[in-house]
Design a binder for this molecule. Sequence first.
Ligand code: FMN
Length: 189
Amino acid sequence: MALKRDNNSSNEIGLDSVRCILSSTDLNGKIKYTNRYFSEVSGYSQNELLGSPHNIIRHPDMPKVIFKLMWDRLKNNENVLMLVKNRAKNGSHYWVTTFFEIKHHAVTKESSGYLAILHAAPRNAIREIEPLYKRLRNIESRYGVHASQDYLIKYLMKEGKTYDEYVHEITKEKNVVIDFFKTMKELTS
Ligand SMILES: Cc1cc2nc3c(=O)[nH]c(=O)nc-3n(C[C@H](O)[C@H](O)[C@H](O)COP(=O)(O)O)c2cc1C
C-alpha cells in the first residue's frame, strides 16, 4: 500500500490510523522482529532491520533525555508510553505513540527483551509535544542531558504529572493502546 505524504509537512509520512507498527528487541535494543508495516513505513527491508540496533530509525530531533527516561524505566522493570518522531530511510519522518513493554521469560520470569507497539500519533499531541522536545534538544546541545533532564522534571512537576500521564493526557489513547497491547501479547506469547 502506498504511503501518503502529510499535507502539513512535505517531509512527513502519513500513517494509516488503523495499522500498527510492531517490533521486538533483545535486552540491548537489537531488533529481533518487525512486522511488515514497519518495513513499509521506514523504507528498510526486513533484512536490514533484523539484527540492527533500534536507533536505525532515530530522528535527530528526538531529545536524548526521552530515550534515557525510556531505558531507565525499562531497566527498572516498568513499561512506558512515549511520543516518538522516527526517521525513515529516505529522510522522511513519522510521529508515533509508542508503548514499550518488557518481555519475560516464560519459565524463569526474567526480562528477556522488549516489545514496542507504535501507531499514528494524534495531530494535536504532536503540536503539543514538538515545542517541548525542541526546547529539550536546545538545552541538551548547550548544557548536556543532565540539564534537559532537570528541565523535563520541572516541566512535568508544573503539569503535576509523570511523563506517561502527560502522554496519556495529550494522546487520550491510553485504553486503546493498552487493550491493543494486551491482545498482541496474547497472540505473540
Ligand atoms: C523495543 C524497542 C523499540 C524502540 N523503538 C524505537 C523507535 O521507534 N525509535 C527510536 O528512535 N528508538 C527506539 N528505541 C530506542 C533505541 O534503542 C535507542 O535507545 C534510541 O534510538 C536512542 O539512540 P541512541 O542511544 O543512539 O541515541 C527502541 C528501543 C526498544 C527497546
